[in-house]
Structures are given as C-alpha cells and as structure tokens.
Ligand binder design. Sequence first.
Ligand code: NAG
Length: 275
Amino acid sequence: MASSSCLYAQISSILLIFSIQLFLVVYADGGTNFNNNFDITWGGGRGKITGDILTLSLDRVSGSGFQSKKEYLFGRIDMQMKLVPGNSAGTVTAYYLSSQGASHDEIDFEFLGNLTGEPYTLHTNVYTQGKGEREQQFRMWFDPTSHFHTYSIIWTPRTILFLVDETPIREFKNMEAMGVPFPKHQPVRLYSSLWNADEWATRGGLVKTDWSKAPFTASYRNFNVKSGAFLRRNMQVHSQKLKWVRDNHMIYNYCTDNKRFQHGFPPECTASGSH
Ligand SMILES: *[C@@H]1O[C@H](CO)[C@@H](O)[C@H](O)[C@H]1NC(C)=O
C-alpha cells in the first residue's frame, strides 16, 4: 500500500513537472504583442494598434479588420474584447478561425450590436468543408461593452469548445463516426472584423445603423494562442456550466428549429447529449 502510493506520488510529480514544461513550451507560441501576431488587412487606417490595445472602427465609408500572421491546426485561442458601446445596432464584430477556399472550415463568434441598453446577440457557427448552417445564438450575462471579456476557442481533434470568460457556451464534438464531417485537416488563421450589417443583423434590416454615432469602435487585448496538442486538463468540460448557459442564455439553436428542418434535423442534432 505504502509503496504503491509512494510510486503514485512519484509518477504524479513527474507528470506535474512534465505538464509545466509542456505548458511553457506551448505558451511561448503566441504572446500578446499584436504587431508580432497580426496584420491589419483592411479599413484604410480604421484598424490601429496602440500599445497593448488593438482597435477596429467602422464609419459610413468602411469597416476594418485584421488577421493572424500564422496559421494554426488545433489549439486554444483567447482574446479579450470590449464591444462597440451605446447604439451599436447594425454593426457586427466578427471573431473567427477560418481556412481558405470554397470547402473551407470555419469556427465563428459574431457579435450583433443593438440599440442603447438592448442586448447584443452572440451568434456562433461551425463550418466544415464549406458547409455551415449550424447556428446557435446566445445572450451574454453581462454588458459586453463596459469591460473586456475573454472569448476563447478550444479546438482539438475530438471537439470544439466556445468559451466566454472560461464558461463553455457551446461544444461541437467530433461526430465523424455518425457521418458528420469535422474540421481537422485545414490550418486556419484568426480573423476579426467590424462591419456594417444592417441589412440582416437587426431583425432583417428593421433597425438601421445610426451613422451620427460613428465611428463605432471595438477594442482587443491580451491575445493568446497555444497551438497544436495541449494539456488534457484544459479539456475538462464543465458540463453543468454548459447546461446553465443553454438553459438560461441560449436564444436560438438550429437543432430545435422545426420550421427550418421540416424534413429532418442534421445527424449531429440527434446525437445524444451533444447538441
Ligand atoms: C435587440 O434587442 C431586442 C429587444 O430586447 C431583441 O428582441 C433583439 O433580438 C435584439 N437584436 C439583436 C441584433 O440582438
């Protein structure tokens, strides 16, 4: 008994040291320096890096956007964002991973603005080989415009997790065994943009962007990436929290949209417990 628990202690301390080293190695993969990690790709000066903060802005003439210099295949990506405050109706702040080409893979966070005091919609989607149509939407349990909050994607060969301040809001498991394609071959870049979408984002164009409030600005800081394989302990899904979000903060789920899928739901929707 004593010797086996001693052995156990030895093994776990070896594992601990190994884990810490692994953590340091992957952590070094992406710092918080925006200049080293990103290119501002469009917007004619409306995207700016000032010290540790990156800002995107949108006015009547143009929005703006940036993308990561590197590509990633699996990993964990964290970004702190503070969304357009006040009357942001019609604006969309998109933050997503995407590969290139017609049969691309994509993992999306999109923040749909609203009138002053009305809630944002957090829209999520997963595309595999060019096909999306897996929308889930949420309300946040805080005002996303008053402070920075952390939006994360954990992507492994087995699952994709969307997290808000460490709370998992969505999981898309690998269900290839059920014939559902899963993104795992195409390296992606991280993209973000702020653009005008008042044609569709505001209840089908009902509310128009109020340009007298322009420029609209969203801020970013503390980007972090750990690409590739990483620690298993990061993968513990807090299923109770996920359930709490789904029960209290989910406002749309394609897997329960009977009108849209009158001829049957996509196979992942019927997989037990995953959607
Ligand atoms: C804006 O707020 C209204 C009222 O709460 C809500 O019905 C609508 O869905 C919101 N719009 C967006 C784009 O989130």
